[in-house]
Design a protein around this ligand. Structure first.
Ligand code: AMP
Ligand code: GLY
Length: 442
C-alpha cells in the first residue's frame, strides 16, 4: 500500500510493532468481536503491542499468521515470545479444544474458560443436563444418540419443536420444525447425513419457546460475577427477521425492554445458580459467560450458554465499557473480580454488519472497500472479513465490517450508524436496515 493510501485508512490499520510500555497481548480470533476486544484493550495504559492469531488486516493488530484453531502453533508462539504476557481466547473452537488449559498448564496467563467449563457451550446436551440437575429454567427437552428413538419422540411431541445438534455448528445446528415431517428430516440430516459432522452424534429435542430474546453477558472469575449491559442480536440475514440464519447482522445494547425486575430474577434464578453449578461440577467458569435468554411473559429461560463474548453483541457492549478491560480480564484470571469497580456508560449503542451479497451462502471476495476515511470520528468500524493488498482493503469474508455508534438515544445512535454506512461502499454490499428500528418507533 502506498503512503498515501495508508494514510487514508490509517485509522483502521496499524502495521508495525512499536516500542511501548505495557504487556504485549495475543488475541485469538479474527472477526468483528476480536477487533472490538483489541480496540478496547488498546485503550489500556497497561497494554503494549497486540498480536492476532490470526487477527485480520483491518483490526489494528500485528498478524502472527496462525489460525485460531491451530492451538499447537499458538502454544508454541506464546512459549517462544516471552513478551506476550496474556492471551485472550475469543472464539468457541479453541476454547472447546482446550487452548486455555494448555496455556495455563505451561504457566501462561489466558482469558477464557477451560475446556471442561466451556462444555456449557460445546455440548448442548451437557448444558441442558446441568440446567436440569441444578433447577435452572430452560425449555423441556430430551436428548438422543439413537435416531429411531429420536423419531419416536418426535412422533408424539407437540409442535413447533426444536431439534438441535449437540456440538458446535457455527450457530447453524438449530432447526425449528413446524410439523412431524420437518422434524424427521431434521433428525435424519443431523444424525444420519451428518450435516454438522460429529456435532450431530447426539441431539437435543426441545419445546419451542415463544417470547423475545435477550443476550446477557457476564464476566465471571468462577465465583464472583459482573453483569454487562443486556443486548439484542439479529440473526436473520434480511429485514424483519426474514432470510437465512447468519452469524449475526447487527445488535444493540442495552435491551431496555428487559427491565430491572426481569434482570434481578435472571440473576437469582439463572446467573448465580449457573456459576455455582459449575463450581460444583469441578469446572469453575472463568471468562465471559453468555446467557442466551428467552423472555416468555414473566418467565426468563435459558436458550443457550456461550462460553465467550458474542458476535456482534460485543461490538455494542464493549464500547459502553468505561473501565480498563485488561484490569477486568486480569481480575477474572486471578479470581479477584469482586475487587474491581466496573463502570458502564449510560449511552445507547447500535451496530450494523455490512456483508457480502450472497452471505450466508456463497459470495464474492476481493472487492475494494471505499469511503472508510469519510466515516465520522465518533463512529467505530470493526472489521471481520477483510484483506489488504496494494490497492487497499478488500472484502475476504461474508461479514465484512460492522459500523457502531452510541448516543444519548437510540434514535441518534441509529441515525449516526446508518448515515455513516452510506459513506462506505463495496460491490454487492448488503446490510439490515431495521437494527434498532422498533426502539425508535416505540
Ligand atoms: P441456540 O444456538 O440454542 O441459541 O439457538 C439458536 C436460535 O434458535 C436461538 O437464538 C433462537 O432464536 C432459536 N431457538 C433455539 N431454541 C429455541 C426454543 N426452544 N424455542 C424457540 N426458539 C429457539
Ligand atoms: N451472537 C451470538 C453468538 O455470538 O453466538
Amino acid at each position: 500500500m502506498s503512503e498515501q493510501q495508508l494514510k487514508k485508512v490509517a485509522r483502521f490499520v496499524e502495521l508495525r510493532e512499536v516500542a511501548v510500555d505495557g504487556d504485549d497481548i495475543l488475541i485469538v480470533g479474527g472477526g468483528g468481536r476480536e477487533h472490538a476486544i483489541a480496540w478496547k484493550l488498546r485503550q489500556s495504559k497497561l497494554v503494549g503491542n497486540i498480536y492476532g492469531a490470526p487477527g485480520n488486516d483491518g483490526m489494528n493488530v500485528i498478524g502472527t499468521g496462525i489460525g485460531a484453531t491451530d492451538i499447537d502453533k499458538i502454544v508454541e508462539y506464546v512459549s517462544s515470545n516471552p513478551n506476550i504476557k496474556y492471551t485472550v481466547v475469543a472464539p468457541d473452537d479453541p476454547l472447546s479444544m482446550g487452548l486455555v488449559d494448555r496455556l495455563n498448564a505451561l504457566g501462561f496467563r489466558a482469558f477464557g474458560p477451560t475446556k471442561a467449563a466451556a462444555k456449557l457451550e460445546w455440548s448442548k446436551a451437557y448444558a441442558k443436563d446441568v440446567m436440569r440437575r441444578f433447577g435452572i429454567p430452560t425449555a423441556e427437552y430430551a436428548t438422543f444418540t439413537d435416531m429411531a428413538a429420536a423419531k419416536e419422540y418426535a412422533k408424539a411431541a407437540s409442535y413447533p419443536l426444536v431439534v438441535k445438534a449437540d456440538g458446535l455448528a457455527l450457530g447453524k445446528g438449530v432447526i425449528i420444525c413446524k410439523g412431524k415431517r420437518e422434524a424427521y428430516a431434521a433428525i435424519s440430516e443431523i444424525m444420519q447425513d451428518k450435516k454438522f459432522g460429529e456435532a450431530g452424534n447426539e441431539i437435543v429435542i426441545e419445546e419451542f419457546l415463544n417470547g423475545y430474546e435477550v443476550s446477557l453477558l457476564t464476566f465471571t472469575d468462577g465465583e464472583h460475577f459482573a453483569l454487562m449491559p443486556t443486548s439484542c442480536d439479529h440473526k436473520r440475514a434480511l429485514d424483519n427477521d426474514e432470510g437465512l440464519n447468519t452469524g449475526g447482522m447487527g445488535a444493540y445494547a442495552p435491551c431496555d425492554m428487559f427491565g430491572e425486575e426481569l434482570l434481578n430474577k435472571t440473576v437469582e434464578t439463572i446467573v448465580k445458580p449457573t456459576i455455582a453449578a459449575m463450581q460444583e461440577e469441578g469446572a469453575p467458569f472463568k471468562g465471559v459467560l453468555y446467557f442466551g435468554l428467552m423472555v416468555c411473559g414473566e418467565d426468563v429461560k435459558v436458550l443457550e450458554y456461550n462460553a465467550r463474548f458474542g458476535d456482534p453483541e460485543t461490538q455494542s457492549v464493549l464500547t459502553l465499557l468505561k473501565t480498563d478491560l485488561y484490569v477486568i480480564m486480569n481480575a477474572v484470571t486471578d479470581g479477584t473480580l469482586d475487587k474491581v469497580n466496573i463502570e458502564w456508560s449510560n449511552l445507547k449503542s447500535i451496530n450494523v454488519v455490512l456483508a457480502s451479497g450472497g452471505y450466508p451462502l456463497s459470495y464474492k471476495k476481493g472487492c475494494l472497500i471505499n469511503g472508510l476515511n469519510d466515516v465520522d470520528n465518533d463512529v467505530n468500524v470493526f472489521f471481520a472479513g477483510v484483506k489488504r493488498d496494494n490497492d487497499g482493503l478488500k472484502t475476504s469474508g461474508g461479514r465484512v465490517l460492522c459500523v457502531q455508534a452510541m448516543a444519548d438515544t437510540f434514535e441518534t445512535a441509529r441515525k449516526k450508524v446508518y448515515d455513516n454506512i452510506e459513506k462506505i461502499t463495496f460491490e454487492n454490499c448488503f446490510f439490515r436496515h431495521d437494527i434498532g428500528a422498533k426502539l425508535v418507533k416505540s
